[in-house]
Design a protein around this ligand. Structure first.
Ligand SMILES: *Cc1c(COP(=O)(O)O)cnc(C)c1O
Length: 466
């Protein structure tokens, strides 16, 4: 039987096949060689384990099979990457990374059953939200809570449940677009509520809202203009002022606060980020925010507020279409637990760790990495530079935090081809391109990733051994 293996072509013979040869160029030499080896090993195992005679494919068939297999293997899939862009909430890289306790909570329930809809005390059917509702109420001061897929869903669901067929009054200064696919007027239209604009781009007064209220009015909506700033001659109406106007007409105030800070971020140098508990305290009947922006939890949309409105939202048919699964609930619940103690949150929630790391630490790590990368002939003029990280995630572009970066140019080829080589590493590295230089911003690289970052960068320009 083992003699049959003699007919197997060698790795190098297989690599002469045009399809595999093309893949070496388009994908990566090592990936293809590894793939060919793995495939041959598996084939040997299968043949050895087979009880009946099996025929070995011809070299041509074999090469084709391997090429097909590699093609499917190389389909874009989710893969961990090193974020050296300095954008803390990088939408393209999945926004907030989870705390390890949240990741562990997901892994603990992912492959088994979980008490999603049963109350463990009496075995009766309960609301899946119950586990996190208590925590959300505790941390925001709200009476009740609901969790859906993202803040866009939270907005659409809330408007539909509270104000379908009615007018919702919004300041012209708050008709935002966040990323191409989220435009408030479109979300409003989808929900079945009717947009009623008041005020002007730069100034909206309390009287503008009062004047617009009539029998058709269903709610007053306030939206945090997360990603732009109107400066100069401006006026907007505060949540408190809006709540006063709404109360005298028995209407709800819906407050889309966007990033959903649970703590005050001004200590990290980030100004104007509304805090969820302040929105509720100031009289919002419903506050809406994302779970994967400043909370640093899983992607979700959080709705907190008065019980009578949350009950309406929970019983809306759209709720079923927008609800989250057990993994999101587990991750959110574990993340919220950390906020019961601010020190613990700062130590464990990755985005808070990144924001609170002293700039001197980043400088030391950048210097250490620069020394190591200095020996790679593929990189030119390796140095460290002071620069600024960005919050990202649809936040103000002016929200910047001091940082240190490793900076270098490409010794051969363009900076874009260097960026491409970095993206095709086993642990892909995303940096920040600034003119003809690449910056690796240490603020968004976890210290535990430094080694993989250096290993990866050092393999650039080297011929892979085979
Ligand atoms: C980010 C943002 C949204 C959209 O939230 P997603 O969770 O991305 O759906 C909506 N409103 C505001 C004010 C935001 O900042």
């Amino acid at each position: 039987m083992p003699n049959i293996f003699r007919n197997l072509p060698s790795v190098n013979q297989l690599l002469e096949n045009p399809r595999l040869k093309e893949m070496v160029d388009s994908v990566n030499h090592r990936v293809v060689v590894d793939g060919v080896r793995t495939f041959l090993d598996d084939l040997r195992d299968q043949v050895t384990a087979a009880t009946e005679d099996v025929s070995i494919p011809t070299p041509q068939e074999l090469a084709d099979k391997i090429a097909d297999w590699l093609e499917t293997e190389e389909q874009p899939a989710l893969k961990p990457v090193i974020n050296a862009t300095g954008v803390i909430l990088h939408t393209g890289l999945g926004r907030a990374p989870l705390a390890s306790s949240a990741a562990n909570a997901v892994s603990a329930i992912a492959s088994g059953y979980a008490s999603v809809e049963v109350d463990l005390r009496d075995g009766q059917r309960g609301q899946r939200i119950r586990a996190v509702e208590r925590l959300l109420c505790e941390l925001t001061g709200a009476e009740a809570a609901a969790v859906v897929n993202n803040n866009a869903a939270a907005t659409m669901l809330t408007l539909s449940a509270i104000a379908k067929g009615k007018e919702v009054i919004v300041s012209r200064g708050q008709l935002i677009e966040i990323g191409g696919s989220y435009r408030l007027p479109d979300v409003m239209e989808c929900s079945g509520a009717k947009l009623k604009e008041v005020g002007t781009t730069n100034k909206t007064h309390p009287a503008d809202y009062s004047y617009a209220i009539n029998e058709e009015t269903g709610a007053l909506l306030r939206v945090h203009p997360s990603n732009f700033e109107v400066v100069g001659f401006t006026k907007s109406v505060s949540t408190r002022e809006l709540a006063d106007i709404a109360a005298s007409h028995d209407l709800p105030v819906i407050d889309d606060i966007g990033s959903g800070a649970l703590i005050d971020f001004s200590k990290y140098g980030l100004t104007d980020e509304p805090v969820a508990s302040e929105s509720i305290r100031d009289g919002a009947d419903i506050a809406l925010f994302s779970g994967d922006k400043l909370i640093g939890g899983p992607q979700c949309g959080i709705i907190v507020g008065k019980k009578k409105y949350i009950d309406k939202i929970l019983s809306d048919p759209l709720m079923r279409a927008m609800r989250v699964g057990k993994m999101t609930l587990a991750a959110l619940s574990a993340t919220l637990q950390l906020y019961r103690n601010i020190d613990e949150a700062e130590q464990s929630v990755p985005i808070l760790q990144m924001l609170s790391t002293p700039v001197e630490n980043l400088k030391l790590r950048a210097e250490k990495i620069a020394v190591q990368l200095g020996s790679n002939p593929a990189l030119k003029d390796v140095s460290v530079v002071e620069d600024q990280s960005m919050l990202g995630g649809g936040s103000l572009p002016t929200q910047r935090i001091a940082t240190w970066c490793v900076s270098f140019a490409s010794a051969e080829g363009s900076i874009n081809s260097l960026a491409a080589a970095m993206r095709s590493l086993k642990a892909p590295v995303f940096g920040r391109v600034n003119k003809d230089r690449m910056l690796l911003d240490m603020r968004t690289v976890r210290p535990s990733e430094d080694l993989a970052l250096v290993d990866g960068m050092q393999s650039i320009g080297k011929k892979p051994a085979d």
